[in-house]
Each structure stands twice: as structure tokens, then as C-alpha cells.
Ligand binder design. Structure first.
Ligand SMILES: [Zn+2]
Length: 504
């Protein structure tokens, strides 16, 4: 028996199988993950009995908008009169099953007709049958027709005290302003990858299903912030792996490349090994793997490397990694415009291996900066274009500036005389300055002229930094931001004074 027919056979045995997204749907406020501020606001309103008559729950798909609205409905009508619904009283149970007489649920995506809304209006003035409130929960409310919204508007302007409207939507912008302005909106946050991973592991443990960590991580990533999407994928992975969630099975489910292949790709990119990259592309195409997911995989891989670099203070390669990430980002965004996803992938891999951030020497950088400033400004800038040559017969190799030091210097304005160079750094970059970076920059200058005094100066912004050297207006102290203060502390007295210009 093949895997597929065995699968069908198993499904027939377990006819009562409930999809995980439904089975583990939250039924109490305390089950909601990552929506603390919303839960706190609702709980406070319930405690104080300061209830508005209409609420909107908005956010991307699969993050619990309808579930939150349903829990709110349960709390409103729970017979235990608590802010947290008991989940046990008849009212709570009927709302959970979707057959409570006082709670009307409408899916606007399939019922956008005006008739439904007319029905609501016709019955709205009759008090609730059992509960305290008559609740109308409208899912995907933005899909209602204009006629339906118009019909609803009159009711929502001044509904009876016992009526509450709870709207859920993925697109609140499409709700007419006249309705929107009469509602309190709660914007639900998408789930973090960690939150999804934790929840999946928790569920698999409860279900006593074997799994491995990387498998869960891949599913959580593919969920893109949606718990429901992640749980649906988990259902599929359980079925495909026949009761075991392994990394290999998730990889084939999502059309991803293996970790080994990912390593091969990155090695080939670094060594500009085009034949290997081409053969990998061919393999990906022949196995019909999902290019979009593979690009996400690459981005994740680069992101992990960026994090590792930051943690280990290896900042020199950071610029290259940022460039890699940016190239992937662009490829992902333009994927739909490409002749084929496999061509897009091939072009992407060639680009990644082709574009390298080259270290730039101090001289080159100064030359480039002075060229740029002579283009930008009509007035010549004094003395800044040339670094004095040093008469040193055993001149060491020039210091190559890379990474943060290069970025800082690129954004600095330099004013140079024979004895000293003043580097005006825009305050937005001050957070990047530390002892190591300033030393790198100083070393670069000292290599050219050992006794040159290098002074760092933080200025309010780049424009002001550049105007300072060419204009002669009065200097006034500015309010020192914590960033500037930190940079000043770092440089321990090497900064003259934090100043800025006032323009008349
Ligand atoms: Zn209850």
C-alpha cells in the first residue's frame, strides 16, 4: 500500500479527527497569546461596566480576531458574571458551539446581502432572550455591500443599551468612515515566530506526537505571523509524516531546500562558483521546489549570520551581509514580475555572488567625499581635499576601512588643517561610535601623518554638519540627546563641544 492510500485509510478510521486550529482555538482571555493590552482594555471595560456599543477587531489573517470577539461575547453573557468567561455555563457553551440565541454570527464574506442586515434591524429592539446582551458578531465586516452598511449605520448610531456589535476584519480601511468612527478598534498583533514555535511544541506534546525542533521552526517561519496558517501546516505535516513531524517531511511539504544544500549555496556564493550555483538551480527546478520559500530561507540564513556577527562584535562583514539581505529582499518583491521563479532564483544567486562590498582606503574615501562636496556646493571647501603626505620610507600598507568605521566616515564631514582633522559626525550616527571605531579611523589617519590630531565632533544632523565648515554663523549649544551623550562619553573628552547652527 502506497503512502497516499494508507493516509486515506487512516483518515477513514479517525473520522472524528478535529483540525488543530479548531481543537486548540482559545476560549478564554488567558489563552490569548501576545494580545495583553487588548485583553487588559476589555477586562477593565467589563469590570467598570464601561462598555461601548460597537468594537472592531482588526489584523492580518489567522491571529485570533474572531476568537477574541467570541470570548468577548462569552464574557458579556457569562452567567458567572466574571470578566473571564467560565466556559462551563450554558451561555458560554452555546456561544462556543455557535448556537446561542442571543448571539448572531454573520460571515460577511459569504453574506454581503442587505437582507441579513434588514433582519438584524427588524429584531434589534427586542431584548435578549436569555443573556444580558444581544450580540451581533460580523466576520470580515469590510465585505458588506454599501447598501448593507447604509442599513447598519442607522442602527449603530443609537442602538438599544442591550445591543453590542463585534466586528472582525482583515481590512479596516474598507469600512466606511461613518461606521468606523462609531466603533472602538482593537488592532491585533501578528504572532512572533517564537510564540508560534512555543505553541506548536506545546500542542504536539499534548497530542503525544513526536517532532524535531528544526521542523517546528520551519513551520513557524512559514506561518508568517499567522497561528492558524501554522496549525494548518502542522496538520498537513502530521498527515504526511504519518504521526511524526520531522524536518525532512516539513521541508518537502513546504518545498524548501535542505540545510546541506543551503550551505552549498552560501559556499558557492562566497567563492563565486557559478557552475555549482547553476547546477543547484537546475536541481531546484527539477524537484519543483518553492522559490519564494527558498528566498525566505536564504534571508533567514543571512539574518542569523547578521545576528551572530553583532553578538560576536564582528562588524566588518556586516555591510556585506546587509547587501546580501537587500538583494534577496528586492528579488522577493519582484518575484511576480519575473518570467519564471527559477530564472529569478538563478539571477538572484548570480547577483549575490557578484556584488561584493570592497574595503575602501581612507584616501579614496576622502577623494570621493571632496568630489561630492565640490559638486554640491558652489563655494570651495577649505583645505579638506588632501591629506598631507608623510615622508616615511617604510610606509606600511594603507589601513582599509570597512563596516561601521567606513559608514561613519562616509557620513562625516571633515575639516582639515595641517595639524588636525575635525570629523563632524551627524548625531544619527553617534550610536555607532565606540572606542574601537574611533581607533580604527584614527589609525587610518595616523598612518598617513602620525602626529595629526583627530577630533570627533557630533553635530545635530548631516546638513548642519556640512554647512558648519563653510558658513560662519554663531554657534549655539543644542539640547544633548542620550545618543550624543553616550558618544561623548565614549570619546572621553575628544569632542570639542556639541554645537549646532541656527539659520536666520
Ligand atoms: Zn460562563
Amino acid at each position: 500500500m502506497g503512502a497516499e492510500s494508507r493516509l486515506v485509510h487512516d483518515w477513514n478510521i479517525h473520522m472524528t479527527y478535529q483540525v488543530l486550529a479548531n481543537k486548540y482555538r482559545p476560549t478564554m482571555f488567558k489563552h490569548l497569546i501576545g494580545q495583553k493590552s487588548i485583553v487588559d482594555t476589555i477586562t477593565y471595560a467589563l469590570t467598570q461596566q464601561q462598555l461601548h456599543h460597537a468594537y472592531i477587531f482588526s489584523g492580518t489573517r489567522g491571529i485570533g480576531k474572531t476568537s477574541t470577539a467570541r470570548i468577548f461575547a462569552m464574557a458579556l453573557n457569562c452567567q458567572q458574571h466574571d470578566t473571564e468567561p467560565c466556559g462551563k455555563c450554558p451561555s458560554c457553551q452555546q456561544i462556543q458551539m455557535g448556537n446561542d440565541i442571543d448571539v448572531t454570527e454573520i460571515d460577511a464574506a459569504s453574506n454581503s446581502k442587505v437582507d441579513e442586515i434588514r433582519d438584524i434591524i427588524a429584531q434589534i429592539h427586542y431584548p435578549p432572550t436569555q443573556g444580558r446582551y444581544k450580540i451581533y458578531l460580523i466576520d470580515e465586516v469590510h465585505m458588506l455591500s454599501t447598501h448593507s452598511f447604509n442599513a447598519l449605520l442607522k442602527t449603530i448610531e443609537s442602538p438599544p443599551d442591550f445591543v453590542k456589535f463585534l466586528f472582525a476584519t482583515t481590512d479596516p480601511q474598507k469600512i466606511p468612515k461613518t461606521i468606523h468612527s462609531r466603533c472602538i478598534e482593537f488592532k491585533l498583533q501578528a504572532f512572533s515566530q517564537t510564540a508560534i514555535q512555543d505553541r506548536l511544541s506545546q500542542i504536539l506534546t499534548i497530542e503525544a506526537i513526536e517532532y524535531d525542533g528544526p521542523a517546528i521552526e520551519k513551520i513557524a517561519t512559514a506561518g508568517h505571523g499567522s497561528m492558524r496558517d501554522a496549525l494548518t501546516l502542522l496538520d498537513q505535516a502530521i498527515a504526511l509524516g504519518q504521526g511524526r513531524v520531522s524536518s525532512e517531511c516539513v521541508q518537502s511539504l513546504l518545498g524548501l531546500v535542505s540545510e546541506t544544500m543551503l550551505d552549498e549555496i552560501t559556499t558557492a556564493i562566497e567563492s563565486q562558483d557559478y557552475p555549482t550555483l547553476m547546477s543547484i538551480c537546475k536541481q531546484i527546478e527539477s524537484e519543483h521546489l518553492a522559490v519564494e520559500s527558498i528566498i525566505y530561507q536564504l534571508m533567514r540564513h543571512i539574518y542569523d549570520k547578521i545576528r551572530a556577527c553583532l553578538l560576536n562584535n564582528e562588524l566588518t562583514v556586516l555591510e556585506q551581509l546587509q547587501l546580501y539581505y537587500q538583494i534577496c529582499e528586492q528579488a522577493q518583491a519582484s518575484l511576480v514580475h519575473q518570467p519564471s521563479p527559477y530564472i529569478a532564483l538563478e539571477v538572484l544567486l548570480v547577483r549575490l555572488s557578484y556584488f561584493k562590498v570592497e574595503p575602501e582606503s581612507l584616501e579614496d574615501m576622502i577623494r570621493r567625499q571632496s568630489q561630492a562636496s565640490s559638486h554640491n556646493s558652489s563655494k570651495p571647501v577649505d583645505n579638506q581635499s588632501k591629506l598631507p603626505e608623510v615622508n616615511n620610507p617604510q610606509k606600511p600598507a594603507p589601513v582599509q576601512l570597512t563596516g561601521i568605521a567606513k559608514q561613519v566616515l562616509q557620513n562625516a564631514h571633515c575639516h582639515q588643517t595641517n595639524d588636525q582633522v575635525v570629523l563632524s559626525i551627524p548625531s544619527s550616527m553617534s550610536a555607532l561610535l565606540n572606542d574601537r571605531i574611533t581607533k580604527q579611523i584614527k589609525d587610518a589617519y595616523h598612518q598617513k601623518k602620525p602626529d595629526l590630531v583627530v577630533v570627533f565632533k557630533i553635530t545635530e544632523d548631516k546638513e548642519r554638519a556640512s554647512s558648519q565648515a563653510t558658513t560662519h554663523q554663531s554657534k549655539q549649544p543644542i539640547k544633548v540627546s542620550p545618543d550624543i551623550k553616550r558618544a561623548v562619553d565614549h570619546l572621553a573628552g575628544q569632542i570639542e563641544q556639541v554645537t549646532s547652527q541656527t539659520s536666520d
